[in-house]
Design a protein. Structure first.
Length: 156
């Protein structure tokens, strides 16, 4: 009565090592792609933050240009002065950006130009401002203007 041994079907050690190596290669490629996607997302997030900051500054300046009747630029102090019968507001222009009483806009400027009656003005009353940010902060152009009321010309 011979006992007959039945061969169990299974994978060999060589086959298991090949599968393991292929799995390691695929997982390594997946992590490489994931790292590239994360870097790209961080880059996009940084660009978005810069553009959002510039848009917030643009919106704040536009609101103040249209809320206040008088706008002055003081070249010596690097300040924008907004005023009307109800109050005043100031923007301090620094190398790091714009500072107001309640807000800080982290935008570095490459150039700034001020206008009154479509003429370049270095100081005094203004009715338009043109800002250009540095390449590091998006290289955006911000142009804000307001319609002058008759009172503007009477008080000169």
């Amino acid at each position: 009565m011979g006992v007959r041994l039945k061969k169990v079907q299974a994978f060999t050690l060589n086959e298991m090592i090949v599968v393991l190596l292929i799995t390691v290669i695929v997982v390594g490629m997946a992590f490489s792609v994931l790292d590239l996607v994360q870097k790209q997302m961080k880059s996009i997030e940084g660009i978005y933050d810069v553009k959002l900051e510039a848009n917030n500054l643009r919106q704040s300046l536009w609101i103040d240009f249209n809320r206040y009747s008088s706008v002055f630029y003081d070249e010596k102090d690097e300040r924008l002065h907004f005023s009307n019968e109800l109050g005043t507001k100031q923007y301090e222009i620094t190398e790091q950006g714009f500072i107001t009483e309640k807000d800080t806009f982290d935008i570095q400027l490459q150039s700034k130009k001020f206008y009154f009656n479509n003429e370049l003005s270095s100081t005094g009353r203004i009715d338009a401002i043109e800002l250009e940010t540095t390449k590091e902060t998006g290289g955006q152009r911000i142009f804000i203007y307001k319609q002058n009321a008759a009172v503007t010309y009477l008080n000169q």
